[in-house]
Design a protein around this ligand. Structure first.
Ligand code: RIB
Length: 301
């Protein structure tokens, strides 16, 4: 299917984690203990965050993923259903759900360790999963589940005309056959440097640069840049996910508009602690964009 002007249908194949978030004045050095200033448990995972971001930005979203049968699972599932993400393809597997140990410092910078849990068990796609991918306008994936599953999904989606968007994070080398099925890649500047030439085969590449905005490179080296709205940063966790989900939801508007929309979504997500809970709605994003846009001249003196 192709993305038209209607509300896009997005299938997100990816991880869902319980984020165990500690705040501290500064990140500890190796071997060092520092005192923390706070603790929170917040649903996260790059897949779930991007699904929520796309849904809040107005897309119809189906999530394909896995939770465990532990105490975190009901809250993780509810994080998706509460905002209207479809969970028919969210399976429950035996064992722990994914967790992420996150430390956020006083400047809002973070360090994250993810333990895959149920996400690592997402090794196969059944016919019902594949049907969701084939029906969608966009398949959105990241790399917190087995790469072979991402490759199978991307190939199947492509074969059915679904646009494949990959956020290759956490970054790692990928097989050329997977890159061949990617229409759009969303990377941060570190990932762009690490992936280098591999990205040159991707028709549309978006590189995010934190507070410095983002840039788009399309076919025939067409390019656009966008600035980020100026915000007070509390926590950058999930900002890239907010950007990516919003970008996918706005892709049908064209690269320039989608880029501006996503820049606003990413910036707004840094203003609150926690990943999924900080993701802005379409109304929040539109309001930020309206503030950024200089008023049109009336033509009167
Ligand atoms: O991108 C932020 C996310 O990375 C967190 O929510 C955490 O779960 C890890 O997946």
């Amino acid at each position: 299917m192709t993305t038209g002007a209607r509300t896009p249908a997005i299938a997100v194949l990816g991880s869902i984690n319980m984020d165990l978030v500690t705040t501290t004045g500064r990140l500890p050095a190796p071997g060092e203990t520092v005192l923390g200033t706070g603790f929170a448990m917040v649903p996260g995972g790059k897949g779930a965050n991007q699904a929520i971001a796309a849904r809040r930005a107005g897309a119809t979203v189906e999530f394909v993923g896995a939770v465990g049968d532990d105490v975190f699972a009901p809250r993780l599932r509810a994080a998706l259903t509460d905002c209207g993400v479809g969970v028919d393809r969210l399976r429950t597997v035996s064992g722990p759900s994914g967790v992420a140990a996150i430390v956020v410092d006083a400047d809002g910078e973070n360090s994250i360790i993810v333990v895959g849990g149920a996400n690592a068990g997402l090794t196969a796609m059944d016919d019902d999963d594949l049907a969701v991918l084939a029906k969608a306008d966009i398949l959105l994936c990241q790399l917190e589940i087995p790469i072979r599953t991402v490759a199978i999904a991307a190939s199947h989606a492509r074969a059915h005309g679904t646009t494949v968007v990959l956020n290759p994070s956490p970054v790692t080398d990928l097989p050329a056959e997977l890159w061949a099925h990617i229409d759009v890649a969303v990377v941060n500047s570190g990932e762009a440097a690490r992936l280098g030439a591999a990205l040159s085969s991707v028709p549309h590449v978006i590189t995010t640069r934190g507070a410095d905005g983002a840039e788009y490179r399309g076919p025939d080296d067409r390019s656009h840049r966008c600035a980020s709205p100026v915000v007070e940063v509390v926590d950058t966790t999930g900002a890239g996910d907010s950007f990516t989900g919003a970008f996918a939801a706005a892709w049908h508007r064209g690269p320039r508009a989608a880029l501006a929309y996503a820049c606003a979504a990413g910036a707004l997500a840094t203003t609150t602690l926690g990943a999924s809970v900080s993701i802005p709605t379409a109304a929040d994003i539109e309001a930020a964009l309206a503030e950024q846009t200089p008023p049109q001249s009336s033509g009167k003196p």
